[in-house]
Design a protein around this ligand. Structure first.
Ligand code: ADP
Ligand code: MG
Length: 320
């Protein structure tokens, strides 16, 4: 039976598609406010972000822009003050204590910048990787095989018997990635995992993250200052003042030279707000009021009072 268009429209209005319905990670106008000693810090100020399953996304931004706060919320170590955060079927704004434990144990894995804090110092690499498996109740027989696979994935098949103190910083971070992946999380969160490492070692850690994404199918969100990391990720999201401000997408060059093209995009939030970069604002003296015009295939932004044939003429600032 054919439905009338009225019926169909009515249904669509009744169930409008949720923002980011198809995405694995949805941050919708996320706010996180810290209050301490009468001072209020808005670490996240209405941040929107979608990450699709299987993606690897780099998050960049100045110190204090809210990157770690975002990752802590995504790992359910912290909760948003307002806005909506969803990972898979988990609503992170409303987790019960019990769901929080389950979420942290089975859905996300995390790697921190401070290499020393990711591993138990008196356990070998193999024992560190086995620990989350033991906690999850994986039988001993299955554990050994899984630990071997994970160490192999991060390129450390031969280092299983060494303790963290006998591993380099980069090796420790790779073991930490194996630990984070042990229970097969859908989402791997790494906060400046190469922050304490030199370039060559950082590359090995990046390769382990890449293996997590490509070979283990894990979605990866990595916060980084490191251009060797962000330069290799298909999508880099910049955070400024607690909001996503721009994105760089990298894809293989259509020219077929094996090169990569990077294109920068501004991010528009759900209310239609776009941040104009400071260089642009300064170059054209764009201040509080600007003129927007809809053109055939773009929207123009002009300084207030610039000569536009249709607009009423105004005396220019400074003109006698
Ligand atoms: P980033 O990781 O980008 O350097 P953070 O997310 O750590 O930034 O911090 C963002 C802002 O929130 C900073 O101004 C920081 O001082 C503040 N902040 C973060 N955590 C706390 C906290 N627990 N209490 C108070 N302020 C905090
Ligand atoms: Mg940080």
């Amino acid at each position: 039976m054919q439905r009338s268009i009225v019926e169909e429209l009515g249904e669509r209005l009744a169930a409008p598609e949720e923002f980011g319905e198809q995405a694995l990670v949805v941050c919708d106008a996320v706010v996180r406010i810290f209050r301490s000693g009468g001072v209020e810090v808005q670490a996240l100020q209405g941040l929107d972000l979608l990450v699709h399953a299987g993606e690897m996304v780099a998050v960049v931004g100045a110190s204090g822009s809210g990157k770690s706060t975002l990752l802590r919320i995504l790992s359910a170590a912290d909760a948003p003050s307002a806005g909506r955060v969803r990972v898979g079927r988990w609503d992170l704004g409303a987790l019960s204590a019990r769901d929080r434990v389950a979420y942290r144990r089975t859905v996300v894995g995390t790697v921190r910048q401070q290499t020393a804090r990711n591993l138990v110092p008196y356990l070998t690499a193999r024992q560190n990787v086995a620990l989350p498996l033991t906690l999850a109740g994986v039988p001993r027989r299955r554990r050994a095989g899984r630990v071997g696979e994970l160490l192999d994935l991060v390129g450390l098949a031969d280092a299983g018997g060494r303790r963290p103190g006998e591993l380099s910083g980069g090796e420790q971070q790779r073991v930490a990635i194996a630990v984070a992946l042990a229970n097969g999380p859908r989402l791997l969160l790494a906060d400046e995992p190469t922050g304490e490492l030199d370039t060559a070692t950082g590359q090995q850690v990046f390769d382990a993250l890449r293996a997590a994404q490509r070979d283990a199918g894990t979605t990866v969100v990595v916060v980084t200052h490191d251009p060797t990391v962000s330069g290799q990720v298909e999508r880099t999201v910049a955070i400024r003042d607690g909001r996503t401000s721009s994105e760089v997408l990298r894809r293989a060059d259509a020219g077929g030279e094996g090169g990569v093209v990077a294109e920068e995009y501004a991010v528009m939030d759900r209310a239609g707000r776009v941040q104009v970069p400071r260089e642009y604002r300064e170059a054209l003296d764009l201040t509080r009021r600007v003129r927007l015009a809809l053109e055939a295939d773009h929207v123009s932004v002009r300084p207030d009072g610039s000569g536009d044939a249709q607009a009423p003429r105004r005396r220019r600032h400074g003109a006698a």
